[in-house]
Write a protein that binds this ligand. Structure first.
Ligand code: PHE
Length: 343
């Protein structure tokens, strides 16, 4: 028959074996803390065994007490050691995965309308034109009067124009810069003028109330319509390609005489007719003409001595043709999914 002391010694040995095994298997700091409580805590399994100490004689107790202490120290030491190893692993900080692919650096790009403007101005620079700018807030005098446009002309109507105050407008075209350049410089003059213009147009697939234009002006002695046609045809070939055809269509502007709209054979259908060119095979790229003698008189040039031509084109429309865009609003929405394609 086993005595109580033998029973308790056996229980202590079992507790030590099980405990050491469990601590070695403990997967993290939390599991180790739970094991410390289970085995060595105030209401733990070791305390449970020692509760029967009272059943032993006074001579027997020290032997069980010493064995219980040895087990407690052995388990405690292994718990401390394992806990310390988890703590130092955590100190290493987050693991760095060197096999992750790098993140591409974010890159900005030039807006498609600006790309077209720069390309237009670069071609005209090669043809001898300087690039200049003028104010977007204009006086009625420069926007209309100096350009031979009477104030009862529809373009000057409240309905079509953003007036800021009496006599001050958001320019409705870049043409007032023609007058500003001619007042500042004597001929020969050759300039291109990129910039914004504003009209009370609807915001739909082919119109916007604010839009870019590129104005052009050439003035000298003896400039003829033949010079104009040759220069524009050369521009069209360089910008749209050698197979692009140019067409001059009679038109009217108060500040040019004669006036013409310039069409280019549609780049999308190559002239066959498609929805982009409204099935005409042609797309309009600019209004133009020979500078009206009255405009020369208004800016102090001698109309008997000088002649010249002027034109104004819409780079957004040209960008639509170049990139095959179905809706002009794409150029205004700042949608990164669209703009990223031009980087
Ligand atoms: N300013 C005109 C427009 O915006 C275009 C133009 C410019 C016409 C120069 C003739 C000469 O429609």
């Amino acid at each position: 028959m086993t005595t109580v002391i033998e029973e308790l010694l056996a229980q202590l040995r079992d507790l030590e074996r099980e405990g050491l095994e469990a601590v070695r298997a403990g997967g993290d700091a939390g599991a180790l803390e739970a094991l410390r409580t289970e085995y060595l805590g105030r209401k733990g399994r070791l305390t449970g065994i020692l509760r029967r100490l009272g059943e032993l004689s006074a001579e027997e107790r020290p032997a069980i007490g010493a064995e219980a202490n040895r087990v407690k120290e052995a388990l405690g030491a292994l718990l401390d050691e394992r806990a310390a190893s988890f703590a130092s692993a955590a100190d290493d900080g987050p693991r760095v995965d060197l096999s992750l692919p790098g993140r591409a650096r974010w890159q900005g790009g030039v807006h498609p309308v600006s790309l077209v403007i720069d390309e237009i101005c670069d071609i005209f620079r090669d043809l001898g034109f300087s690039r200049v700018a003028g104010p977007e807030v204009e006086t009625v005098e420069y926007n209309f009067s100096k350009l031979n446009t009477p104030l009862d002309h529809p373009a000057a109507d409240m309905h079509d124009t953003f007036y800021l105050s009496d006599g001050v407008v958001l320019r409705t075209h870049t043409s007032p810069v023609q007058a500003r350049v001619m007042e500042a410089f004597q001929p020969p003059v050759r300039v291109v003028v990129p910039g914004m213009a504003y009209r009370r147009d609807p915001f739909d697939a082919s119109h916007a109330p604010g839009f870019a234009q590129v104005e052009g002006l050439a003035v000298d002695e003896g400039i003829t319509f033949a010079d104009f046609k040759a220069t524009i045809s050369e521009f069209v070939r360089r910008f749209f390609g050698a197979d692009a055809k140019t067409r001059f269509r009679p038109s009217f502007f108060p500040f040019t005489e004669p006036s013409a709209e310039v069409d280019v054979s549609c780049r999308i259908c190559r002239g066959a007719g498609c929805s982009a060119c409204k099935h005409t095979g042609w797309m309009e790229i600019m209004g133009s003409g020979m500078v009206h003698p009255s405009v020369f008189a208004n800016v102090g040039y001698d109309p008997e001595k000088y002649t010249g031509y002027a034109f104004g084109m819409g780079p957004a429309r040209i960008a639509m043709q170049r990139y095959g865009l179905p809706d002009i609003r794409l150029l205004y929405e700042s949608d990164m999914r669209f703009l990223k394609q031009f980087v």
